[in-house]
Design a protein around this ligand. Structure first.
Ligand code: ADP
Length: 404
């Protein structure tokens, strides 16, 4: 059995194919169609049989999927001969609002919910839906499953998910914290417990997902009880292009002083802020770090603001959980940036007993991901995330139960 996992963004579709063998899922192919709808798009594909790369005009998601099928069925480097081999398609969906949290087989109702909550995730849900609708057409025999980014955070208590605005707006519009990157926070926190050989249900874990989008979660005895993203992925940490936390009145003043519409301010906070807006040198943390180390003041300042925000959340979550046993770093920056990890935790030895080992921090893989010293009170780890694997596993479960 083979499972296809799709992560459809506004201008890209990322994909992975897994083969089920003895109840285990092994990745056999992956790739991306980038810059959909732009002048020229890039198709990149890698499988156990080789790589394919080409450029083509790709007008929309359906065309993008056709290219994915094209490479997946390639005579030489493809991994499927017939589309029917794909028994399940797992879709990453950002927002299910308060209506759907769990992985769910996609029917008309599910599509309606994704559409309804486009109002809270205008940058994500419409793209997710385009991917779903195209995939349902092209893989009409497969079971299609939506796995929501919010899922893992369904366990947040009201004191964590309510905002202090008139309660009636929670009732009327369901304005509350939902949290995102749930699949990643769940995967890396479980994996950390597994690597340490400790019961997941007994640990207090703080997971830092630092990618282009970034969030922190407090996982208390196996359940997410706090997370930094909110109603939308805009809240919380400083991200690639998103501001994260700001004083809400900044929206009001920017609109007034810059004569911007509320839509323009929203776009500015989502796409022109964060690392990109502060540094004015793009949103690639590799470049920011490189320049900061060479003495560029703005790059260093950006890095400091970025790190400071992460520290605030770690401190807050330690207070909420009454301590912490494990801190996990994951995603692009979290996995690959020893400097960021050192800047975040380097000074926490005295009071918190968090001690990083410099050699382990440079080479986490050599140490099973554990980058703290043996006598550190808190274990610090780097655990590569694998959201697609979780989506594939959830999809496989639904495929199997649909056959009973
Ligand atoms: P996405 O959120 O798009 O899935 P990723 O998890 O791949 O993104 O993370 C992308 C981010 O990781 C980018 O800001 C990129 O610059 C950063 N990154 C990748 N490699 C490194 C590295 N070696 N050092 C610092 N940052 C890195």
């Amino acid at each position: 059995m083979k499972i296809l996992v799709l992560n459809s963004g506004s201008s890209s579709i990322k994909f992975k194919v897994y083969r089920e063998e003895n109840n285990e899922l092994n990745e056999i192919a992956s790739g991306i169609v980038e810059k959909i709808g732009e002048e020229i798009s890039y198709i990149k594909y890698k499988s156990i049989k080789g790589e394919i790369r080409y450029n083509e005009i790709v007008k929309n998601h359906e065309e993008g999927l056709k290219h994915i099928i094209n490479v997946l069925t390639d005579k030489e480097k493809g991994v499927i001969e017939n589309l029917k081999e794909i028994v399940g398609v797992g879709h990453r969906v950002v927002h299910g609002g308060d209506k759907i949290w769990e992985p769910t087989v996609i029917d008309e109702y599910v599509e309606k919910v994704i559409e309804e909550f486009s109002r809270m995730a205008p940058l994500h849900n419409p793209a997710n839906l385009l991917g779903i609708r195209s995939a349902k057409k092209l893989f009409s025999n497969a079971v299609h499953v939506a796995v929501f980014d919010t899922a893992f955070h369904a366990t947040l208590p009201p004191e964590a998910y309510l905002y202090a605005i008139p309660y009636k707006y929670y009732e009327k519009y369901k304005i509350r914290r939902y949290g995102f990157h749930g699949t990643s926070h769940m995967y890396v926190s479980r994996k950390a417990a597994e690597i340490l050989g400790k019961p997941y249900e007994e640990l207090r874990i703080i997971t830092c997902h630092l990618g282009n989008g970034a969030s922190v979660a407090a996982v208390y005895k196996g359940k997410s009880i706090e997370t930094s993203m909110g109603l939308t992925p805009l809240e919380g940490l400083v991200m690639g292009t998103r501001s994260g936390d700001i004083d809400p009145s900044i929206m009001y003043f920017l609109a007034k002083w810059e004569n911007m519409t509320i839509d323009e301010v929203y776009e500015l906070l989502n796409k022109k802020s964060g690392v990109y807006g502060l540094s004015e040198m793009g949103n690639d943390m590799r470049i920011i770090e490189e320049r900061a180390l060479k003495g560029d003041e703005r790059a260093m300042l950006t890095l400091k603001v970025y790190v400071h925000r992460i520290q605030k959340y770690i401190g807050a979550y330690m207070a909420i959980m009454g301590g912490v046993d494990v801190i996990v770093f994951t995603a692009g920056v979290g996995e690959k940036s020893p400097i960021t990890r050192e800047m975040v935790l380097g000074h926490m030895a005295d009071f918190f007993g968090i001690k990083l080992d410099p050699e382990r921090n440079e080479n986490p893989k050599k140490y099973n991901g554990i980058i703290s010293t043996d006598d550190s009170r808190v274990v610090v780890m780097v655990v590569p995330t694998n959201e697609e694997l979780v989506i594939a596993q959830e999809t496989l479960k639904k495929v199997l139960s649909s056959r009973k």
